[in-house]
Design a protein around this ligand. Structure first.
Ligand SMILES: [Zn+2]
Length: 111
């Protein structure tokens, strides 16, 4: 019996994935994705629906790279903390959020 690590609807989702035969790694990945999507909706600031659409067109491995390859004035290379916002400017998607390490504000352009 796996220990309970998710609450509410995430627990239900996890249960469903497990029944479908997903291993814990895959379950974790799906739940994390869902949580990130939910954070987009409840996140601070404004996240543009169009920006989310553009963001989803970017391959997952590239998105992952972008999120872990921002620049923080305090830390140098930085990772976005969950709860970042997406915004669309005339060139493409811009990620705005805070540094996972120091909490400083960082942003990154995806182009
Ligand atoms: Zn930092």
């Amino acid at each position: 019996m796996a220990k309970k690590k998710y609450e509410g609807k995430y627990a239900e989702m996890a249960e469903r994935f497990r029944k479908d035969g997903c291993d814990e790694y895959t379950v974790e990945k799906f739940i994390r994705q869902q949580m990130e999507e939910d954070e987009f909706e409840i996140g601070y600031g404004t996240t543009d629906i169009e920006a989310i659409k553009e963001w989803k067109k970017i391959p997952e491995d590239v998105r992952d790279m972008l999120l872990h390859n921002a620049f923080c004035r305090n830390c140098g290379e930085a990772t976005f903390k969950l709860g970042y916002n997406l915004r669309l400017d005339k060139f493409g998607v811009v990620i705005e959020g805070v540094c996972d390490k120091c909490g400083g504000r960082i942003c990154r352009c995806c182009y």
